[in-house]
Design a protein around this ligand. Structure first.
Ligand SMILES: [Zn+2]
Ligand SMILES: [Zn+2]
Length: 244
């Protein structure tokens, strides 16, 4: 079984390498030709600090819970992001989300898989943050799934794209304040009890900002019986807003 799953990830990588050969890529960060992601962009990435709130992942004095999480415990056990959402990683995630640049998903997922392994979470299954039907139809793909699926393959953890669903359409969170983000995604998800009851679930997204989407996803999973919920994203945008 393990061999077959390893083979599945190699196959996924080979698929993208074959596409690179057929359609030579350009770097998703800076546009240099020949590679999907160049060494220069790699060297510019900003990792988030190690000392973060154990729960919501925002920088903190120690690895304990911040006041916000202590006073209002969220539905998830822990959420983490690897990079600060700025510069080259922002370009790459923008290309994945808005320019059909799907190949960068596999590269970002590979980084996220290594990051996830270090976190040591016990996870039974992986789900992407779902898009609403209208958004999925318009874009043609779910950018969170383009990261979640290869993470699952590489980590050898079952992947399910349909057990967490949107109950209703929501507008883009991009220009909303923290408070309006909460209102926008309130009760926007539901989860399949048969698939999540008694399980530990990892929810994957491309970007986390305030964590409102993760909280609502976790709430739906918890209501469906999940024992613990974790959240992972490639980048965290809130830091940019906090310090600028
Ligand atoms: Zn580059
Ligand atoms: Zn916190």
């Amino acid at each position: 079984m393990i061999q077959r799953e390893q083979y599945a990830y190699s196959g996924y990588q080979l698929f993208w390498e074959a596409l690179d050969w057929l359609f030579p890529p350009t770097c998703s960060g800076c546009g240099v030709p020949g590679v999907r992601w160049c060494n220069h962009c790699e060297s510019k990435l900003n990792l988030l600090p190690d000392l973060v709130c154990d729960c919501c992942g925002i920088p903190a004095e120690g690895n304990e819970q911040c006041d916000e999480c202590s006073n209002n415990p969220p539905s998830f056990s822990s959420i983490r992001s690897q990079y600060s959402y700025e510069g080259e990683i922002r370009e790459a995630l923008h290309a994945l989300k808005y320019k059909n640049d799907l190949g960068i998903g596999e590269i970002l997922a590979s980084k996220s898989t290594n990051f996830l392994q270090k976190l040591g979470w016990k996870i039974d299954l992986i789900v992407p943050v779902p898009l609403g039907r209208a958004r999925l139809k318009e874009r043609g793909y779910n950018q969170a799934a383009m990261i979640a699926y290869p993470i699952a393959l590489k980590s050898r953890i079952p992947y399910h794209s349909r057990i967490l669903k949107r109950s209703r359409e929501t507008i883009s969170q991009v220009d909303l304040s923290a408070e309006n983000r909460k209102v926008n995604v309130k009760d926007a998800f539901h989860a399949d009890t048969n698939m999540v009851e008694g399980r530990s679930v990892l929810v994957v997204d491309d970007i986390i900002t305030t964590g409102a989407t993760m909280e609502e996803s976790a709430r739906a999973l918890k209501a469906a019986g999940a024992t613990s919920i974790y959240g992972l994203s490639v980048a965290r945008a809130m830091l940019v807003h906090r310090y600028t």
